[in-house]
Write a protein that binds this ligand. Sequence first.
Ligand code: NI
Ligand code: MN
Length: 225
Amino acid sequence: MRRLTYLGHSAFFIEKDWDGILIDPFISGNPLADFDYKKKRITQIIVTHAHLDHLGDAIDISKDTGAVIIAVFELANYCISKGAKAIGVNIGGKLNFNWGSVKFLPAVHSSANPELPYGGPAASVLLDIDGTIIYHAGDTALMPDFSLIGEQYNPYYAILPIGGYYTMDIEDAAVAAKMIYAMEVIPMHYNTFPNIKADVQKFNDLIEAQGQKCLPLKVNEYVEL
Ligand code: NI
Ligand code: MN
């Protein structure tokens, strides 16, 4: 089984055979999310930055299941200080697992929370799930790195924030999609809060007009990888 499921906001769950990889698990704090991690096998939890709508339930899930949090060094150390298991990498670093690899790449954003004044740099992440390349941009502004990421890693899926206010809006995210030149584009980080409302149909049209496929997943909807 190779499956990518949208859990709302920026949260995704990837299943690859017996492994389960959570990304930015903002579950209990998101009334739109409905995911019971106790019914799944969770092996790794990837966290792009320290904001609470991304760190989410990562620490509790790690403590409950033994899953390892993977985050930038400063944020990983904070998770360890809270009793979680964590591996601290930094931008440019790559880790290999049974299912493939995760590489931490830049994002133009901040990373802190009320208990962690400095969480290190915010990240985006590139996952290689047994040959399927998925780029999750985390929270970020439009940045020139997208061209390099597209050229260097050629992602099949680009998962991009479109809500504006804290990140790219639909117009910037459409430019990002073109720069990355992913085959399929999955929008995230919109409609969770009033200030990140986005017209996902309009985003879909922008993406299709530039010859790419848009996949606006509903909460708990998945694609087979
Ligand atoms: Ni953020
Ligand atoms: Mn966010």
